[in-house]
Design a protein around this ligand. Sequence first.
Ligand code: PMP
Length: 355
Amino acid sequence: MSRFLSENFASLIPYVPGEQPKGQKRLIKLNTNESPYVPSELVVQRVAQAAQHLNLYCDPECTALRQEIAKLLEVQPENTLPTNGSDEILYFAFMAFCDDQHPIAFPDISYGFYSVFAKINRLPTHVIPLKDDFSIDPLDYCGLNENIVIANPNAPTGRILSMEQIEKIVQTNPQNVVIIDEAYIDFGGKSCVPLIKKYDNLLVTQTFSKSRSLAGARLGMGIADSALIQDLNTIKNSINPYNVNGMTQAAGIAALQTNDYYRDKCQTIIETREWTYAQLQKRGFSIIPSKANFLFVKKEGIKGKELYQALRQKGILTRYFPEDRTADYVRVSIGSPEDMKVFIETAEEILNEKG
Ligand code: PMP
């Protein structure tokens, strides 16, 4: 730390992203919930075309992309705001709607960025423990009278709340913004986007990083009543009007125009998840039922960190979360069927070696 850093940030502990391997050795990468499948051909073509115009600034309003999003989600373009990954829309929302008088509530086990965003904005938080089985009790959030952020499905557990349960939370907090982070909604869940027409206090966030194979392009979005979107736009235009670059806008449009390609890939990922679940269960693992593109798993007798390290040694990257309640678990992203076969064989080998 330099002697110049503001005291405001002296105790800030940043979010730590999953490892992106740099060495020569091929690692099977099951640690950051990316898609194992490359983008559609149309995406690659359109990005190359867009690169020819990089001398010009991009459209700060993402007009064509917003039209395409609106068409697919059956909302209006003014209900949408594309951002630099969904991390950015989440950050904008914390800034826009939370302050000393408006704390933010979220589960104790959830996406690590929520507490970091709260800390950097010096916001009061209300951290609500998950139940013992790692499920969210919706009643904990009904009539809370605080802003709320819930990942649905939750990460890193993969558990999901129904649309009816979410609606109850939104309905009973009419004076507060409820953010539903749907980063993993395309792997078997039902999106709450239709509810934005009924509730002006609901913000749904989604990403192109997981189900649309664009983690490296950085594209996310918020979907909400147009007044909420206007507020978020005020924040965006006060920080970085060109937050989504031209190649990424082109990639996003092409991805939405090749929706069938991605739906197929999501279906394969869901099938691979269920196959992996069954294989792990046969080998004595406990697994949280997941509607996401990852599984949260544990095996008696081996801590999360130990299993993570043993897998890494054998060329497979996963993720563990050292906090008390999650220390027994490893989170495994769903890769290709071939990669998951190697993962299962390797996990078995590790358990055999341990005896
Ligand atoms: N929400 C959740 C629950 C996530 O796991 C992630 C991925 N790290 C994000 C949001 C953000 O993803 P991105 O910025 O790539 O859209």
